[in-house]
Ligand binder design. Structure first.
Ligand code: LFR
Length: 473
């Protein structure tokens, strides 16, 4: 049987990767051919992505991939959610691309919290979060009303990279669903949401499902013949697709990276007053189904704190050493409230952590290991709270928590999640986002019948680590 090779371009908010997946006789092997740092940069008070640099890294990675795998069949792109490029008819950028942690949405966030949120949530299933595309576009149009005329299309970042590769402009469904502009009932944009935020409907097309072939790579001559496939453009949708879930639907998923995305798959959205209060976001799978999930701040809290302490580990071995020191410390008496908005994008994360502790009359940890212990245990509690909320609101009973992504390699975080939730945690130490991206390409090539077949075949060869709860929550 011939191998099928596909390249995943997987852009995360801290690093980007080009990974080639090779599928032979029901087994997937992965090879990371290129990795590069991703960082937003500030100009004045605003935060932007450096698109030309990202594109040149993507290009360099794909060229390396083609050199190593001359038979490379296709490429798919996934990125973090919500961010977008506004382009004219021929695809020129008409406005700089902001990074989602930028603060310009704060006035809109407050306005929506005051009036109209219930309606928008009922329409889109997405709660009021400062980074939503809806609020970003609203703020931009208030500052620059003329962009309404100069821009022809709004492409989410994976859509934009797909365009740079193939020349075709489409909106893919999973990434579109992160915007707070897509309607819940069908795969179409919500007129009510677009009107509320003052956004022209003509900027969007009816979203295509993942698996849509966009054509061949047109912009890089060395990659001639390679197909561009719209995979789930949202990295979290890809990570969920990679999880070898039990077909009974009793697994809760965590995609753990910069953010911890805790949720499950469902044929129906989870909406209503309580779901809104719990900030449940009904994002879509690449096939159009729902992924009710909640966003817990994630390892960004730990990473930023360690940067502030001047000792962010450089290598895997350094991380292991830090986490093992942290694991030997006594459990903290009280945990952080990880839902505090103060942790979103502060100038100093360590200062915010210390501030929360001091406001409760507690002393900050003495060393980096102390911070790591406190933060991992607190994130575990955040995961467990989310699990309980989902059970209460959906009536489901979860039997396991599956975890992929950076945090799946963090034993402290996995054990804390098991302990706090009283559920077994199964960690799959895989780059879930790249695997889901590649899975979608394999299905599009007909190399695998469908996603559930992929999950079953891929899962059977996958190394798992089981964390059993050590105490009752
Ligand atoms: C994770 C992620 C989350 C999204 C956040 C901001 O990388 O895609 O799902 O909520 O980034 O876009």
């Amino acid at each position: 049987m011939k191998a099928v090779h596909c390249a995943a371009v997987d852009l995360g908010a801290s690093s980007g990767r080009v990974i080639v997946g090779s599928w032979v006789r029901g087994r997937l092997s992965l090879r990371e051919v290129h990795r590069f740092p991703v960082q937003f940069r500030s100009l004045g008070d605003e935060d932007y992505w450096d698109l030309p640099t990202l594109w040149s890294e993507v290009r360099a990675g794909l060229l390396k991939a083609r050199l190593e795998f001359p038979g490379l069949a296709s490429v798919g792109v996934d990125t973090w959610g919500v961010d977008y490029a506004l382009v004219d008819r021929v695809g020129r950028l008409v406005y700089p691309v902001h990074a989602y942690r930028d603060r310009r949405t704060q006035p809109g966030l407050k306005r929506l919290a005051r009036t109209g949120l219930g309606r928008i949530y009922a329409e889109t299933g997405v709660p009021n979060v400062f980074y939503n595309t809806s609020l970003q576009l609203e703020a931009m149009l208030r500052n620059h009303p003329r962009v309404r005329e100069t821009a022809d299309r709004c492409l989410f970042l994976p859509d934009y990279f797909n365009f740079l590769l193939s020349g075709r402009m489409e909106n893919e469904v999973s990434i579109s669903s992160t915007s707070q502009l897509l309607g819940l009932s069908r795969r179409t944009w919500s007129g009510a949401a677009l009107r509320r935020f003052g956004i022209p409907a003509r900027w969007f097309r009816r979203p295509v499902p993942a698996g849509t072939r966009l054509g061949k790579v047109a912009s890089i001559p060395e990659l001639k013949g390679m197909s561009v496939i719209a995979v789930p453009g949202h990295d979290t949708a890809c990570a969920y697709d990679a999880m070898p879930a039990d077909p009974s639907g009793t697994d809760l998923f965590i995609s753990s990276g910069t953010w911890s995305l805790v949720g499950f798959e469902s044929a129906r959205p989870l909406v209503g007053v309580e779901a809104l209060r719990a900030r449940i976001s009904n994002e879509r799978t690449g096939r159009g189904g729902f992924r009710p999930l909640t966003n817990v701040i994630g390892l960004w809290l730990l990473e930023r704190t360690l940067v502030d302490l001047g000792c962010r580990p450089e290598s895997g071995a350094d991380w292991e050493a830090l986490l093992s020191r942290a694991g030997r410390l006594p459990a903290p008496r009280r945990l952080l409230d990880v839902t505090s908005p103060a942790f979103a994008n502060p100038p100093s994360m360590r200062r915010e952590v210390d501030k929360q502790l001091r406001s409760r009359g507690e002393a900050p940890p003495r060393d980096p290991a102390g911070y790591a212990r406190l933060i991992c245990d607190s994130l575990g509690a955040g995961h467990a709270d989310a699990a309980r909320t989902f059970e209460r609101l959906s009536g489901k009973v979860f039997r396991r928590i599956l975890i992929v992504g950076g945090g799946s390699k963090n034993p402290l975080l996995c054990q804390a999640t098991a302990d706090q939730s009283s559920l077994p945690v199964v960690s799959f130490q895989i780059e879930g986002t790249a695997v889901g991206n590649i899975a979608s390409q394999l299905v599009a090539h007909g190399a695998v019948a469908d996603l559930s077949t992929f999950r079953q075949q891929f899962g059977s060869s996958l190394k798992q680590v089981l964390y059993t709860p050590r105490r009752e929550a």
